[in-house]
Design a protein around this ligand. Structure first.
Ligand code: XMP
Length: 521
C-alpha cells in the first residue's frame, strides 16, 4: 500500500498546515505565495462533495457566499446563489424596510413560478398586444387576461395573437375563465415544481398553468418548459440551498448602528433583526471592517441574547484573539480578511491587515478551539485561490468574482465596445455616503471631520450568469480536491500540504512564453 503513504522526503518539503505556517511565521503569506502538493488519489473530481456546515441550522451545498456589498448582492443575486447551493448576503446600504422586502423576495421565490406575469386587459385590441410584443421583444405570445381588480378573466392564447385579428378585442378572442386550467397557491404545496410537473402530465396539450388565490386573483404563471428545465436541473450534483420549509436560504448584513449619542442603538438593531427573522432570514452578518471591537462584540451579544438560535456571522478579523472574542460574544461563523479585497485600500490607507493565507491559518486554529467556523473573505480571483482557502476555512466570500454577473445590481455600461458593471468598495466614499459608513467606524453625516476612504470605485467586465461563473469555480474546486485525493471538504482540510512559491514559480504557474488565443473559460 505504498501508494497511499506520503514518503518522508515529501513530508520534509510539503508540510501540513501546523508545520508549514509556524515555520513561516515571520512572513505574511497569501494565495499566490503558496501552492498545494498533489497526493495519491482514488477520488474523481466529479465525485467530490462540497457541502459545508457554517452553524447549527446553516448548511450550504457549495461553500460559496456572495459578499454583502451594494454592487454585488441584492435579491436576484441571493436567489441565484441559493439555487446553486450557496448563500447570498443582502447588503445594508438601503433603508431597513427595503432590505426586509429583499429578503422576502428570496424567501418567497418559487423557482419556475413567474410571480408577476405580463397581463392584458380584456378591452385591449389584439393589435395592441402585437405592438407590445414587438416593442418589448417578448419571446412568447400567450398572456393571462385580468380585470382592473386583478381577477382572472381568461387566457389569450398565442394562436390568436396574429396580425389578421389585429382589429379584434382581446375579450372576443380569449379562452374564457371557465375553460382555463388554474391551481391555487395552497394546492401548489411545498414542492410547486413537482406539483406542476404532475399537472402537465395529467393535462395533455396544456403548457401553461395559472396560479390564483381563493378570490380568483392572478398570482402567477408556471410554464411547462420552465418545469422541464428545472426538473432536469434537479438531477444536478449540487442542489439548491433550502430551509426546512423548502424555501431558498438567504442572509442579510446588519451594522453596529449607533444613536445620536454615539451609543449602540440596541432597540433599532433588535427591531431590524426582528423584522428580518420574521421574514425568514437564515443568517445575519454583523459586517464591519474591524470585528475585534466593542461595538461589534456588543451587537453580536445583543443579537445572541434576543435570538438564541439565529446563526450569526461576524467580522472582519485577522487574529486569533479576534476570533475568540467574537465566538465568546456568540458568533457562529467569523469572517476573516482585512484589506485583501480587490477594491480595498485598507492596507494602503490605514497600514493594517494580514495577507490572507496566514490570517486564515491563525484564525482557523482559534476557531477550531472555539468550535466556530471561519469564512475567507476577499482577495479571491480564481478557483485555485478557493481551493487554498478551503484547506483552512469552511467557506469563501467573494465580491469581485460575482460583480460582473447579470444578477449583480446595477446597469451594464459600454466603454470602447466592452461591457462593464460598476463595482465599488463598501468603504469607498460613494458607498459610505449611501449608508456603509458605520462599517468603517464613521458617521454617514460626518461633515466636520476628514474621512479617509478605504475602498475604490471600479468596473468589472460583464461575465454572464452566476450559474456560469459558479460552474467554472466549482469545476476548479473539484479538480483541486481530486488532486489531493479529498472526497469532501473535511478531507481537504486534513490532507492539504503546502510549499512556498518563489517569484519565478509564480510566473511559471500562469500561462507564459506563448501568445494566448483563448483563456481557459
Ligand atoms: P473581493 O476581493 O472578492 O473582496 O472583491 C470582497 C470583500 O472585500 C471587503 N470590502 C472592503 N474592504 N474596503 C476594504 O478594505 C472596502 O471598501 C471594502 N468593500 C468590501 C469585504 O470583506 C468584501 O466581502
Amino acid at each position: 500500500m505504498a501508494a497511499t503513504r506520503n514518503s518522508q522526503l515529501d513530508d520534509t518539503f510539503y508540510q501540513a498546515a501546523d508545520s508549514f505556517f509556524p515555520a513561516n511565521q515571520k512572513i505574511g503569506l497569501t494565495f499566490d505565495d503558496i501552492t498545494l502538493a498533489t497526493l495519491y488519489s482514488e477520488i474523481l473530481p466529479r465525485n467530490t462533495q462540497l457541502d459545508t456546515v457554517l452553524a447549527d441550522g446553516l448548511q450550504l451545498n457549495i461553500p460559496a457566499i456572495s459578499a454583502d456589498m451594494d454592487t454585488v448582492t441584492e435579491s436576484r443575486m441571493a436567489i441565484a446563489m441559493a439555487l446553486n447551493g450557496g448563500l447570498g448576503l443582502i447588503h445594508y446600504n438601503m433603508p431597513e424596510r427595503e432590505q426586509l422586502s429583499q429578503v422576502s423576495r428570496v424567501k418567497y421565490h418559487v423557482q419556475g413560478l413567474i410571480q408577476d406575469p405580463i397581463k392584458i386587459a380584456p378591452n385591449q385590441l389584439i393589435g395592441d398586444v402585437l405592438k407590445l410584443i414587438e416593442e418589448k421583444k417578448f419571446g412568447f405570445s400567450t398572456f393571462p387576461v385580468v380585470d382592473e381588480k386583478g381577477k382572472l378573466v381568461g387566457l389569450l392564447s398565442g394562436h390568436v395573437v396574429k396580425p389578421r385579428y389585429a382589429a379584434k378585442k382581446v375579450i372576443e378572442a380569449l379562452t374564457p375563465r371557465q375553460q382555463v386550467q388554474t391551481i391555487t397557491k395552497k394546492e401548489l404545496g411545498k414542492d410547486p415544481i413537482a406539483r406542476a410537473d404532475k399537472f402537465f402530465t395529467e393535462h395533455l396539450g396544456i403548457h401553461k398553468l395559472l396560479v390564483v388565490d381563493e378570490d380568483d386573483h392572478l398570482h402567477g404563471l408556471i410554464t411547462m418548459s420552465d418545469v422541464e428545465r428545472i426538473t432536469q436541473e434537479r438531477k444536478a450534483q449540487f442542489k439548491p440551498a433550502r430551509d426546512a420549509q423548502f424555501r431558498l436560504i438567504c442572509g442579510a448584513a446588519v451594522s453596529a448602528t449607533r444613536n445620536a449619542f454615539g451609543e449602540l442603538d440596541r432597540e433599532r438593531i433588535l427591531a431590524h433583526v426582528g423584522g428580518l427573522v420574521e421574514r425568514g432570514v437564515d443568517v445575519v452578518a454583523v459586517s464591519t471592517a474591524h470585528g475585534h471591537s466593542k461595538g461589534v462584540g456588543d451587537t453580536v451579544k445583543v443579537l445572541r441574547d434576543a435570538f438564541p438560535k439565529l446563526p450569526i456571522i461576524a467580522g472582519n478579523v485577522t487574529s486569533a484573539a479576534g476570533v475568540e472574542y467574537l465566538a465568546d460574544c456568540g458568533a457562529n461563523a467569523i469572517k476573516v480578511g482585512q484589506g485583501p479585497g480587490s477594491i480595498c485600500t485598507t492596507r494602503i490607507v490605514a497600514g493594517v491587515g494580514i495577507p490572507q493565507m496566514t490570517a486564515l491559518y491563525i484564525c482557523s486554529r482559534a476557531a477550531a478551539k472555539k468550535k466556530v467556523s471561519i469564512l475567507a473573505d476577499g482577495g479571491i480571483t480564481k478557483s485555485g485561490d478557493i481551493v487554498k482557502a478551503l484547506t483552512l476555512a469552511q467557506g469563501v466570500i467573494c465580491g469581485g468574482i460575482f460583480a460582473g454577473c447579470t444578477e449583480a445590481p446595477g446597469d451594464v455600461v459600454e466603454i470602447s465596445g466592452k461591457m462593464y458593471k460598476h463595482y465599488r468598495g463598501m468603504g469607498s466614499l460613494a458607498a459610505m455616503k449611501s449608508g456603509s459608513a458605520a462599517r468603517y467606524g464613521h458617521e454617514k453625516a460626518d461633515t466636520t471631520r476628514k474621512v479617509a476612504a478605504e475602498g475604490i470605485e471600479a468596473l468589472k467586465e460583464v461575465c454572464g450568469s452566476v450559474d456560469r461563473v459558479l460552474a467554472q469555480l466549482i469545476g476548479g474546486i473539484q479538480s483541486g480536491m481530486g488532486y489531493l485525493g479529498a472526497k469532501d471538504l473535511d478531507a481537504l482540510r486534513q490532507k492539504a500540504r503546502y510549499i512556498r512559491v518563489s517569484p519565478a514559480g509564480q510566473r511559471e504557474a500562469a500561462p507564459h512564453d506563448v501568445v494566448e488565443l483563448k483563456t481557459g473559460n
